[in-house]
Design a protein around this ligand. Structure first.
Ligand code: PHE
Length: 340
C-alpha cells in the first residue's frame, strides 16, 4: 500500500523524471521487481495472495508509466507540468467496502429511529462511578466481577473515582439521565472492553448498543414489544423471540432475550451450543435506585433499558462463525460485504 501510494504520488513533469520513475518502479532493478524477488521467501500458503497483490502493484506502476510516456511524447521536449489530459482513465484504485459492523449498526439505528429513539454517545474511558457505582453495583459486590474490567488507574481512595475502559454502554444511560429530563428515548451505540482471552466467541473489544426509554407508565410490556419488533425487523418475520429471567444490578426485573439461531435455523450448532437459541441482549426495568441517583422521581417515572452486542447480531445475520474476523481486516472477508 505504501509503495502504491509512492507510485501514485511520484511527480513526473519531464523526461528525466519519467526515466527515474521507470528505474525505480518499472525496471528490472526496481522496487516492484525486488518484491517479486522476495516472493520465494513467502510461505507457500500465502504466496498466491501476495503474488496477486504484487501483480496489481506492477500493473499500477506500468499503467502510470505508459500514461506518462504518451504524455511526454506528445509534449516533445517541453515540460508538461499541469498539462494532464483529464479525459484519461483514473488511476486504478479499488473501492473499499463498508465494514459489516458499521452496516449492522446503521440498520439497528434505523430500526430504533423508526420507533422514535434518538442516538446518544458517551466516553469509552470512564470512571468507575458511571460504569458501576451509579448503576447500583455495590462496592466489593461479585457483580463487578461479572465483567472483567481493564482498569487504567486505581486511585486508592473511593473506588468510584477509579478510571477504567467501560465494560458496557450502560455508562451512557447514566450520563443521559443526569443531563436530560424525561421523557427519554435513546439508543447508545459504542465500543466496550473486557479483559477476556480472544477466541472465536470472545474478544477484549466489541460493540454494544444500549437502549433507554423513560417516561410515565412505561411497563415491562413496552420492553417486550420493542425488542420483539426489533428482532423481527432485524432477522425476519420467522424469527422466534424468548425472554429468560436474569439479573443485572441496575434493572429489576431483568430478562435476557434470545432469538432463534439463524446459523442452524434452530436445529442446533456450536454457535448456539446446540440449544437452537442465541442470546442477543440483556434488558430490564430500570431499578428505582438508579433513577433516584440520577435525580429522576421513581414514583413519577419508570423505564426500561437494554444492551445488545453488535458482533453477535452481525454473526447471526451473516452466518459468521468467528468473532476474530471482524478485527483482522482480511480483505477476503471484508470484500464479501460489497454492496451490503
Ligand atoms: N450492560 C449489560 C451488559 O453488558 C446489558 C444490559 C443493558 C442489561 C441494559 C440490562 C439493561 O451485560
Amino acid at each position: 500500500k505504501e509503495i502504491q501510494q509512492q507510485i501514485a504520488d511520484f511527480q513526473i513533469d519531464n523526461k528525466e523524471q519519467l526515466e527515474q520513475f521507470r528505474i525505480a518502479y518499472v525496471g528490472r532493478k526496481g522496487v516492484v521487481a525486488d518484491l517479486f524477488e522476495g516472493l520465494k521467501n513467502v510461505p507457500q500458503e500465502d504466496r498466491r495472495a501476495v503474488g496477486q497483490e504484487l501483480n496489481t502493484l506492477k500493473n499500477f506502476a506500468q499503467h502510470k508509466f505508459d500514461e506518462f510516456q504518451v504524455i511526454m511524447e506528445a509534449a516533445g521536449d517541453k515540460s508538461v507540468a499541469f498539462e494532464f489530459d483529464l479525459t484519461l482513465p483514473n488511476i486504478p484504485f479499488e473501492n473499499g467496502t463498508i465494514h459489516p459492523l458499521t452496516s449492522v449498526k446503521a440498520r439497528i439505528i434505523e430500526i430504533f429511529e423508526k420507533m422514535g429513539f434518538n442516538v446518544s454517545d458517551g466516553p469509552e474511558i470512564e470512571s468507575d462511578f458511571y460504569n458501576f457505582t451509579a448503576l447500583n453495583f455495590p462496592e466489593n459486590h461479585p457483580a463487578r466481577e461479572m465483567q472483567d474490567t481493564f482498569f487504567i488507574e486505581k486511585k486508592g481512595g473511593n473506588v468510584a473515582d477509579d478510571i477504567l475502559l467501560r465494560t458496557h454502554t450502560s455508562n451512557v444511560q447514566i450520563r443521559l439521565m443526569q443531563n436530560q429530563k424525561p421523557p427519554l428515548r435513546s439508543i447508545m451505540p459504542g465500543r466496550v472492553y473486557r479483559n477476556e482471552a480472544i477466541s472465536a466467541r470472545a474478544h477484549c473489544l466489541f460493540h454494544q448498543v444500549e437502549g433507554l426509554y423513560i417516561d410515565k407508565n412505561v411497563g415491562f410490556k413496552d420492553l417486550k414489544d420493542t425488542l420483539y419488533h426489533f428482532a423481527k425487523e432485524m432477522f425476519g418475520k420467522d424469527t422466534k423471540v424468548r425472554y429468560r429471567p436474569s439479573y443485572f444490578p441496575f434493572t429489576e426485573p431483568s430478562a435476557e432475550i434470545d432469538v432463534t439461531c439463524l446459523i442452524c435455523k434452530g436445529k442446533g450448532c456450536n454457535v448456539c451450543k446446540y440449544t437452537g437459541w442465541v442470546e442477543i441482549a440483556g434488558s430490564g426495568m430500570v431499578d428505582p435506585n438508579v433513577l433516584e441517583q440520577c435525580g429522576i422521581d421513581s414514583k413519577e417515572y419508570t423505564g426500561f433499558a437494554f444492551g445488545m452486542g453488535i458482533e453477535r447480531i452481525t454473526m447471526l445475520k451473516y452466518q459468521i462463525k468467528d468473532l476474530r474476523l471482524f478485527t483482522e481486516n482480511d480483505v477476503r472477508f471484508l470484500r464479501q460485504f460489497e454492496g451490503v
